[in-house]
Design a protein around this ligand. Structure first.
Ligand code: KIV
Length: 278
């Protein structure tokens, strides 16, 4: 899918409002773009101000916001208000909303209906769909409805039970399956491919072969863009990080120290002081 509205080259960092065509142009010009998840106002505002190009209201809200064990339980109705909050909080970033498990698989019509809700009620700028080539008709139908689609291939957490858990996809001769998915979904009209947990050489082949931008998470360094779940990137989530994560902060430690300091001062009668009184 090309965007006829974009003509003169402006570096991505100088773009006032990131749109599909800018990401496609970034690939053509060898520029990288950056995506983080966001699920509410402050993180969305901060990431937008920090110049993050794309914010993903991911189904990862399931186990990063709602406290579920995996991505399967979260519903469209739960994601919609998070998406609307993120969209209201940004001025530059493009907001992509995930189609959660159960909101698109039944038919292309169901996929279009759910995508329309994400665009109208969630005010998203594009949707993301966890796909294989079997979902090319769904991607085509959503695109025909005027909605840009990011197709997510490789490891897809919504299918974790079918895939046998969190496992790298496309190793060895299985790599061809992922390349075939990529080609079919590009052909169906996806504007971008998100590739999760696939060997770096398979991702590199896809990046070379398709004309649309790719974005990786655990897919090596050759993709046009990179994405992380923000709670992983900033060290808010507890436990051992995934191999593909780099933590750029220790927000969990910072918050924990602040909460402990507050509790200590209240218990010791040191807060509030006269400065905090009316
Ligand atoms: O929902 C999500 O957070 C994702 C990640 C792969 C970025 O899809």
């Amino acid at each position: 899918m090309t965007n006829p509205g974009i003509s003169k080259h402006v570096p991505l960092s100088e773009v006032k409002r990131v749109r599909v065509g800018h990401l496609q142009e970034a690939k053509r010009n060898g520029e990288r773009f950056v995506m983080l998840t966001a699920y509410e106002q402050y993180s969305a505002e901060i990431f937008d101000e920090a110049g993050i190009d794309v914010l993903l209201v991911g189904d990862s809200a399931s186990n990063n916001v709602f406290g579920y064990q995996n991505m399967i339980p979260v519903t469209l109705d739960q994601l919609l208000p998070l998406c609307a909050a993120v969209t209201r909080s940004v001025t530059r970033a493009m907001v992509v909303a995930d189609l959660p498990f159960g909101s698109f698989e039944v038919s292309p019509t169901q996929a279009v209906e759910s995508s329309i809700r994400l665009m109208k009620e969630g005010m998203a700028h594009a949707v993301k769909i966890e796909s294989t080539k079997d979902f090319a008709p769904h991607v085509a139908a959503i695109t025909r409805a005027g909605i840009p689609v990011m197709a997510h291939i490789g490891f897809t957490a919504q299918r974790e039970h079918l895939l046998g858990g969190y496992r790298v996809q496309g190793r060895g001769s299985d790599g061809k399956r992922i390349v075939d998915d990529a080609l079919a979904l590009e052909e169906a009209g996806a504007f971008c491919l998100l590739m999760e947990m696939i060997p770096a050489e398979v991702a590199a082949e896809i990046e070379r072969t398709v004309s649309i931008p790719t974005i990786g998470i655990g897919a090596g360094s050759s993709t046009t863009g990179q994405v992380l779940v923000w709670q992983d990137m900033a060290g808010l989530r507890g436990g051992k990080p995934f191999k593909f994560v780099k933590q750029y902060a220790d927000i969990r430690g910072t918050l924990s120290s602040a909460a402990e300091a507050f509790a200590t001062e209240v218990r010791e009668g040191k807060f509030p002081t006269i400065d905090h009184e009316f």
